[in-house]
Write a protein of this length. Structure first.
Length: 353
């Protein structure tokens, strides 16, 4: 069971589910929390680029030595911070200009990570519009993992075995995510128009060329391959650890049920993670998942400032506000995945309704 707080059902007089969000939005705007933080993001981008340059320098100096493998840890950490900056740009948190936001994402995602910003934004926008909706959110669609027992019912062969054991395999599977993100980006080029395909594809290819040149110019081919695999495994693991606590095991709207308003849809499907500056840094502000989903364009440093306002508003309108520790968030997510696969482990029929 997830840990929920502030669940007292005290409703504001005269409110309806569709209007519950409006008072909160007015309060947040009045406090300036939707304003951009250009200086904050510029400083983070400069620090991140300097950190990346330092790691690359270390690879050049240590490439001939086995010690170079120690650099996969800071390399993956820097890449994860780079992904967070691309994520924030995709949500217009850094700039209100669509063109500027796109180019920030192209540089950080395509060029520095080899990950398509167009693919990510298309997928991520659908997730934000309908989080945890089995028919509309691609993050809970049928893939390597499944998220409902109805989805599990149709699994056969290896996929069925995978579903039975998906909870214990989840974190090991994240080790493949760094490479998978590159593959998804190239696959998505077919969907894009000619102009977008040229910009996206050119930067993806340039990333691969620069990355391969760095490794092959400083290491033997076998060492370079091992370094790349370990680096991408750690990168995928870190990204997965940041995104896993956010929605897995939370409410999943009934596709045929009552339509939720914005406040209920975003709050009931999201989970916050408690912590301090270290947690904020490690999770890139995604630990304030409720606030981020309610206000996607809110700059990252403002999310923690909005949290008390959101929590108090949820208490007033009687909507559960879920917040837990990091380890417990993983436990809840894994418990949900384990429960989804339970009928397959027991050999019982899965209901189709």
């Amino acid at each position: 069971m997830r840990q929920a707080v502030d669940t007292a059902p005290v409703h504001l007089a005269g409110t309806t589910p569709g209007s519950d969000f409006a008072p909160l939005l007015r309060t947040v705007r009045a406090q300036g929390l939707l304003g951009r933080r250009h200086g904050w993001y510029a400083a983070r981008a400069v620090v991140n680029l300097c950190s990346l340059a330092a790691v690359v320098t270390g690879v050049i100096l240590l490439g001939h030595s086995g010690w170079v493998f120690l650099l996969t840890v800071p390399f993956s950490l820097v890449w994860t911070r780079t992904a967070y900056l691309s994520h924030d740009a995709g949500h217009a948190q850094i700039s209100s200009s669509r063109r500027t936001s796109r180019w920030i994402s192209l540089v950080h995602a395509n060029l520095l990570l080899g990950m398509s910003q167009a693919w990510w934004n298309s997928k991520h926008d659908k997730h934000h519009a309908n989080p945890n909706h089995v028919d509309k959110d691609p993050d809970v669609g049928v893939g390597a993992l499944v998220w409902t027992q109805q989805q599990a019912a149709g699994r056969e062969g290896f996929a069925r075995w995978l579903t039975r054991n998906q909870a214990r395999l989840f974190f090991p599977m994240l080790l493949l995510e760094g490479i998978a993100l590159k593959v998804y980006g190239f696959q998505d080029l077919r969907r894009q128009d000619r102009r977008e395909r040229w910009a996206e594809g050119s930067l993806l290819v340039l990333h691969l060329a620069l990355y391969a040149t760095l490794l092959l110019a400083t290491m033997t081919p076998l060492t370079a391959l091992a370094f790349a695999l370990l680096h991408h495994a750690l990168f995928g693991l870190q990204l997965g650890m940041a995104f896993a606590p956010n929605h897995k095991g939370m409410e999943m709207p009934d596709p045929d049920g009552e339509r939720w308003g914005h406040l209920r849809r975003q709050v009931l499907t999201s989970r916050n993670v408690r912590g301090g500056p270290v947690t904020d840094w490690f999770l890139g502000g995604l630990n304030y998942q409720i606030e981020h989903h309610l206000f996607p364009s809110m700059p990252r440093p403002h999310l923690r400032l909005a949290q008390p306002l959101v929590r108090a508003h949820c208490r007033a309108v009687g909507i559960p506000y879920t917040e837990t520790g990091l380890l417990d968030s993983y436990r809840q997510a894994l418990s949900h995945m384990h429960e989804v696969g339970a009928p397959l482990r027991k050999g019982t029929a899965v209901p189709n309704g």
